[in-house]
Design a protein around this ligand. Structure first.
Ligand SMILES: [Fe+2]
Length: 365
């Protein structure tokens, strides 16, 4: 675990705990690529259910031993030293020419270009072990990988398609009981050099008595900006912290819970959230700028993510702005147990999550 004290320039606060950075060696990179090529020949696409069903065994068979050990440690460690995010640098070589120009939005992306990378990401989840799943609440499912691409028409939004405003830190799908356990973000390109932001609940010095109200189920957690909000925002409430009292897990979305003007928290909830955010916002880490081929793996119960505002398709070299290819990131989400969330998956497909909001499913299923 990296524990070097660094100075976060944005807020001049010392952040002691950092995500672990793993530099993937050229030999490991070759092994991962060979595995992906082999599996692509055998299964055709990472969506192939036979591949996903066997992903744990395949990960054990094909992934380098060091990566398997790191993944196993990560998945079983909720200690005070576990940040909840791993950064794998250089996990894959990305063929930029083959990817071609960045499409205008995720809807027009050619997913066949990402096939090999999908196999590599699935193996990393498989090693935890955790199973890649898809969520109806995100892109109506849309497959096991979502391409995150800045969309000019969506640039002001708090979604993956946004760019011109900061994307506040959030745990993914905080408004679901069965939110993803793990997330991976593979960077296909990030020519704009946008830093990622991460915020770990373990970055707080300690979780004392003053945090106890955050364990109470008194907080509204609205559905996020990806979903049209119905006229009656459900009154379902949940806690921000859960699990162990001194080393808790977290469900938190700053933009939706604190700054969404269309919902009103109770006075008690608002004041606890506000106090929490006042501390949390100084603990946000933005010291890592992902490069093509890097993967950030996140425990979605320990660590929130976001990104700074940026101008899509513009890079700055020595103070001079130049046009560049717009950013592309591939997101995969996974669950450790298909059994626990069975009440919220399709009858014929236990990998397809149909939860709409805090334990309630979409009506039309
Ligand atoms: Fe997100």
């Amino acid at each position: 675990m990296n524990s070097t004290e660094i100075l976060d320039k944005d807020c001049l606060t010392a952040v002691k705990l950092l995500p672990t950075v793993i530099e993937v060696t050229s030999e490991e990179r070759r092994m991962i690529k060979d595995a992906a090529v082999h599996l692509q020949k055998k299964y055709d696409t990472y969506e192939n259910r036979d591949f996903i069903k066997h992903v744990h065994q395949l990960a054990s068979y094909f992934l380098p031993e060091r990566i398997l050990n790191i993944a196993a440690d990560f998945a079983n460690d909720f200690s005070k030293n576990q940040y909840g995010a791993l950064i794998f640098t250089g996990l894959m070589d990305i063929d930029q020419e083959d990817i071609g120009s960045t499409p205008p939005n995720w809807q027009s992306a050619d997913y066949s270009k990402f096939n090999l990378y999908g196999f590599a990401c699935a193996l990393i989840h498989g090693a935890l072990p955790s199973k890649p799943v898809q969520y109806y609440s995100q892109r109506k499912g849309g497959g096991l990988i979502h391409a995150i691409i800045p969309d000019e028409r969506m640039k002001e939004t708090q979604t993956g398609s946004g760019s011109s405003t900061d994307l506040y830190v959030h745990t993914e799908d905080a408004f679901l009981k069965h939110q993803a356990d793990y997330l991976s973000f593979m960077y296909v390109r990030n020519e704009e050099q946008v830093p990622s932001t991460l915020y770990s609940i373990r970055s707080h010095e300690s979780i004392g008595e003053n945090y106890r109200p955050l364990f109470e189920r008194i907080y509204k957690i609205p559905k996020d900006a990806n979903l049209e909000t119905g006229d009656s925002e459900e009154e379902a409430l949940d806690s921000v912290l859960y699990g162990n009292y001194s080393l808790p897990f977290m469900r938190f979305d700053a933009a939706e819970q604190l700054f969404n003007s269309s919902i009103r928290q109770s006075d008690e909830a608002q004041s606890s959230l506000h106090e929490f955010w006042e501390e949390a916002r100084h603990l946000i880490y933005s010291g890592f700028t992902p490069q093509a081929g890097d993967v950030i793996l996140v425990n979605n119960h320990l660590c929130a993510h976001g990104r700074s505002a940026f101008r899509a398709g513009v890079r700055n070299i020595d103070g001079i702005e130049q046009p560049c290819e717009r950013r592309i990131m591939l997101r995969m989400m996974s669950k450790v147990s298909l059994i626990d969330m069975r009440a919220h998956t399709l009858t014929e497909d236990p990998f397809f999550v149909i939860e709409e909001h805090l334990g309630k499913n979409f009506k039309h299923f």
